[in-house]
Design a protein around this ligand. Structure first.
Ligand SMILES: Cc1cc2nc3c(=O)[nH]c(=O)nc-3n(C[C@H](O)[C@H](O)[C@H](O)COP(=O)(O)O)c2cc1C
Ligand code: SF4
Ligand code: SF4
Length: 253
């Protein structure tokens, strides 16, 4: 039985859920590597007996740059790899091909690729996803990839949609969270910010570091972190309407 490692950058938890659905469908024993927790790129070498599942969120049609940067220390040696681009019901554009190219270059063999839907960071878009049905579908995909690997042959012989050169993207958004008077200075938002963008006062946000991932908003235990401005609210309303048509998860193998 291969060693399974699940690696993810996941500010609001969608990529983590989808990556774990795949990893857990392959093995009950999974090593987890959370790239959200630290800016350091872990140096890890994998062999042909490993299986690695790697995922992160789509920002502007690419994998967010912070995630790609934290994957640069991962090296394979013909290591089968399943890639995951979690996206918010618009599109994943060039995110899967970008991840495939970088990880192939690093010695991995891409055996499967998933583009699962997750609640969009902005607005109220597909708010319950990935739900139980999505995760079951994702687990089913993992089993099919494993059957393909077990049957031998060329595991890389499948197409992934996306263009080269990649579109410009992967950057953070422009929205910066606010802090209301309800803040109890627990420090959780500062501790959990993946970009170390929140100052010691738990309020001031470094404009250059923040990527608008909204992890601080979702994690705040008293809902003090917010984005309740007229500009955001009006954008969010229009964006929610624009992306209201449900998209399905997409899998390639
Ligand atoms: C700045 C920014 C840009 C985004 N761009 C896209 C996009 O181009 N397409 C899309 O479908 N979703 C986009 N999203 C939504 C995320 O891809 C989606 O919510 C994803 O599931 C988040 O994953 P996470 O929970 O692992 O952080 C964007 C989110 C942010 C914050
Ligand atoms: S998580 Fe919320 S309550 Fe805690 S310091 Fe941050 S804003 Fe304040
Ligand atoms: S401060 Fe910015 S980067 Fe940090 S958790 Fe909040 S939204 Fe994300």
């Amino acid at each position: 039985m291969a060693n399974v490692t699940a690696i993810y950058f996941s500010p609001t938890g969608n990529s983590e859920k989808s990556v774990m659905a795949i990893a857990n469908a392959i093995s009950q024993e999974v090593t987890k590597v959370d790239l959200t927790a630290s800016a350091e790129a872990p140096q890890m070498q994998f062999g042909a007996d490993d299986i690695v599942v790697i995922g992160g969120p789509v920002y502007g049609g690419r994998i967010v740059k912070a995630a790609m940067a934290r994957m640069t220390g991962l090296k394979g040696e013909g290591t089968p790899c399943i890639i995951v681009a979690s996206y918010g019901n618009r599109h994943y554009d060039d995110a899967l091909v970008e991840m495939k190219d970088a990880l192939t270059e690093a010695g991995f063999v891409i055996a499967g690729a998933a583009a699962p839907i997750g609640r969009h960071t902005f607005g109220e878009i597909q708010v319950d996803r990935p739900n139980a049905d999505d995760l079951a579908e994702t687990a089913e995909f993992a089993k099919k990839v494993m059957e393909k690997i077990a049957s031998g042959g060329d595991i890389e012989a499948f197409e992934i949609p996306g263009n080269r050169p990649y579109k410009d993207g992967g950057n953070g958004g422009k929205f910066r969270p606010l802090t209301s008077d309800d803040c109890v200075n627990c420090g959780l938002c500062k501790k959990k910010c993946p970009m170390a963008a929140i100052a010691d006062d738990n309020k001031t946000i470094d404009d250059d570091l923040c990527i608008s991932c909204f992890r601080c908003i979702r994690k705040c235990p008293v809902k003090a972190k917010n984005i309740d401005t007229p500009a955001y609210n009006s954008f969010a309303e229009g964006f929610t309407e624009k992306l209201k048509e449900r998209r399905e998860n997409e899998f390639y193998f």
